[in-house]
Design a protein around this ligand. Structure first.
Ligand code: MOS
Length: 729
């Protein structure tokens, strides 16, 4: 049996609000939590596999040119060395979650510093590392590498789909009562997931098993099979625990392909784990950006024009570019619009999805510009935003689905004590500290992705959930368990949720904030499938069926679930597909951030004192894990505002700060008590469970609340992120 739903029309029933068991939404602890804190959750590197060998990637020592020769004899005779592998197939760049998208660049063509070009395999990790260090390479360097996206001799590409010219922005700017025309720059960011990328490949005949750390197993199987030139059926990926991804594990990385090729050759399992430096050099970066914001408003602050023109970068030939203007399209009105993205082609590592691609930096800068407009117009920043919430989509004839934007602004202002803010900068002091308050809006597009799950209701009245969905620290184990419990009337200890095995039904995976609502919907449908069968057995309508506490009732009858199962296992399959609801309405999630920042008048050091985020993302499936996502997003927002930046050597484009000592992320002392408020919302257009994505929302504008507070504290508007003290003083 399969219960299939293509989301062509909004949901008409809110079953989860009518069930006797209401675990969904509660802050239930993660069922996988005890395993994680006791070290028994097995992460990719930790699998004990008989005969395991170790591979270390060798990186290009130049940033553009040719690899002429690898002198394998240079490490012959070193202890433990089992082989040196170099193959064009390694060089498939990390794809964007879909197969066949990324170009394969031969190993002989070097296009960025640190590009993986070979793998040295040895009996131990140390031997392999030594071999990789000693291996002699002959390279021919070109002198025409390009590293600066704003270099005057570059002509960036203009992707057709990202050029919007509506009305006449120049005229709107000329006629406006208030204008802003500012250019901001944001630096490159690294996902810096706590668990470095790792793959252990082992073959049995022509069957490959890869223990890896990946976000989207269904796509990763295809990508790996495609890279190796084998059928996807021959590849199994296991990724039950993932120590953070933030986009860097959406697509397979070179280590997976290299491990698979080497393991096949030497006939033993090969484990390749990236070092932290390799994560910084080989895994995708979030592109830096230059963003010019033009806002034109009438005397009431209503936008008449909105310009958001961006320059980002990537390697030559890569199809991805940071979708900086994604939320600018729908969040505010203004009929004269110029939104565009240009892409500079550089010899720096691949740019790709890093948490909340697009909105993370796009909303941050748009919300800085809105703060500038509030300042020049004298209109309160909260009121300015509320006054610019459009009735219908400003670019397309399309309404919005549930949109608690104004509610999030009001709720945040009230809870934060926004009325105590002095709009005049530099007026509040606490000893040598200047104090300021700032706010920003949050917005992120919402999507649904195809997802499948299987639920087995076993004859003893317990259930197993199976899907190749992943839990990248986000709480998938918890929410899928909760949904299954409610739908089948079971307790959490009666449900065993199994994830991250490509042999299970193919799920959305974790990315783009689609995982919870998509995979949750598939489990919901699989359970509905089972409910249909139980209702049939009981002789009642499915609508009447009540499952609670191990009992089934309906149509005036009540029996124990075990009796109804009669020694059999009922298997239900759920299959959700996106449909027309994604095209008919603009679906998005919204929120607001409020921050109080202290800036030292002597040193320029900025310290966030408190921060609040209020978010609406449809039905919240678990208040604890959803809140944690928002805390993580806001923490990253603080990092983006004050600390984080990848620095590239202007001479050869190599990453200078390639570890967590030099790439600064916020630490405990940088993060005050954060407060998160989740609004009650149901979005029937989004999914049959009325949930939307929340994972990335907490980052979509967060940094702007901090830098807007710095302006309020000091009168200094930092337009080059991060706002380090040298820029504030
Ligand atoms: Mo996300 S950057 O789509 O994992």
């Amino acid at each position: 049996m399969t219960r299939h739903l293509k989301m062509d029309t909004p949901a008409t029933a809110r079953l989860l609000d009518q069930l006797p068991s209401r675990l969904t939404g509660t802050p239930m602890d993660r069922p996988d939590g005890p395993k994680k804190v006791s070290g028994t959750a097995t992460y990719a590197h930790e699998w004990q596999i008989e005969g395991k060998t170790f591979g270390v990637l060798v990186r290009a020592p130049i940033s553009k040119g040719k690899l002429v020769r690898i002198d394998k004899s240079s490490i012959e005779g070193l202890p433990g060395i089992l082989g040196v592998f170099s193959d064009d197939r390694f060089l498939r760049n990390p794809a964007q979650g879909t197969a066949n998208e990324a170009p394969i660049q031969g190993v002989s063509e070097i296009s960025y510093f640190g590009q993986p070009i070979a793998l040295v395999v040895a009996e131990t990790f140390e031997q392999a590392r030594h071999g990789a260090h000693m291996l002699e390479l002959v390279c021919e360097a070109d002198t025409d590498g390009v590293y600066d996206p704003e270099a005057s001799n570059l002509s960036p590409e203009q992707p057709e789909d990202d050029q919007l010219d509506q009305g006449d922005l120049d005229k709107a700017m000329a006629e406006a009562a208030f204008t802003v025309d500012s250019t901001y720059r944001t630096p490159n960011h690294n996902s810096a997931a706590m668990e470095p990328h790792c793959s252990i490949a082992s073959w049995e005949g022509d069957q490959l098993t890869l223990h890896g750390s990946y976000q989207m197993v269904k796509y990763n199987v295809n990508e790996l099979a495609d890279s190796l030139g084998v059928e996807p059926e021959k590849v199994r990926i296991l990724s039950p625990f993932v120590g953070g991804g933030f986009g860097s594990k959406l697509g397979i990385a070179p280590e997976a392909v290299a491990a698979a090729i080497a393991a096949k050759e030497i006939g033993r399992p090969v484990c390749v784990t990236l070092t932290r430096q390799q994560v910084f050099e080989n895994v995708m970066r979030r592109s830096e950006s230059r963003q010019r914001l033009r806002l034109a408003a009438d005397e009431t602050g209503k936008l008449t024009g909105l310009g958001h023109e961006c320059l980002v970068s990537n390697l030559p030939g890569e199809s991805f570019h940071e979708p900086v203007i994604q939320a600018t399209h729908f969040i505010y009105g203004g009929e004269n619009r110029r939104l565009s993205i240009e892409v500079a082609r550089l010899n720096r590592m691949c740019a790709g999805s890093v948490r909340a691609p697009g909105e993370a930096i796009g909303m941050q800068v748009l919300e800085n510009a809105m703060d500038e407009l509030a300042h020049v117009s004298g209109i309160d920043p909260v009121e300015l935003r509320k006054g610019n919430i459009p009735e219908i989509h400003p670019e397309e004839d399309m309404p919005y689905s549930s949109r608690p934007f104004a509610a999030a602004l009001d709720e945040g202002a009230k809870r934060f004590g926004w009325d105590k803010r002095n709009p005049e900068p530099g007026k509040q002091r606490d000893g040598e500290w200047l104090i300021g308050m700032g706010m920003a809006a949050a917005a992120r597009v919402n999507m649904l992705m195809e997802s499948k799950a299987r639920v087995k209701l076993i004859d003893d009245g317990t259930a197993i959930v199976e899907t190749d969905m992943t839990d990248i620290g986000t709480g998938t184990y918890a929410i899928l368990t909760q949904l299954c419990c409610d739908m089948l009337g079971l307790a959490p200890e009666q449900v065993d949720t199994r994830l991250g095995d490509s042999n299970f039904p193919k799920a959305s995976g974790s990315g783009g904030s689609v995982g919870a609502s998509s995979s949750g919907s598939s489990v919901y449908l699989a359970c509905q499938d089972i409910r249909g069968e139980l209702a049939r057995r009981l002789g009642c309508d499915e609508d009447e069926l009540q499952l609670n506490d191990g009992k089934a009732s309906g149509g005036g009858k009540e029996v124990s679930l075990i009796e109804l199962l009669a020694g059999e296992t009922i298997e239900g399959e759920g299959h959700i597909e996106p449909g027309e609801t994604m095209e008919k309405v603009q679906q998005a999630t919204y929120g607001s951030y409020f921050a109080e920042v202290a800036v030292n008048a002597v040193t320029g050091e900025a310290r966030v004192r408190r921060m609040l985020g209020v978010f609406g993302a449809g039905r919240i499936l678990n208040h604890k894990t959803a809140r944690s996502q928002c805390l993580g997003g806001m923490t990253w927002g603080i990092g983006m505002a004050l600390h984080e930046a990848m620095e590239f050597d202007p001479r050869d484009g190599h990453v200078v700060n390639n570890d967590l000592a030099e790439y600064h992320v916020p630490v405990n002392l940088d993060v005050p008590q954060l407060e998160v408020v989740l609004l009650e919302e149901r979005d029937d257009w989004a999914s049959p469970i009325q949930a939307k994505g929340i994972g990335e929302l907490g980052l979509c504008g967060a940094g702007a609340a901090v830098t807007n507070a710095i302006f309020n504290a000091t009168g200094v508007r930092v337009r080059e992120y991060p706002a380090t003290l040298d820029k504030i003083l």
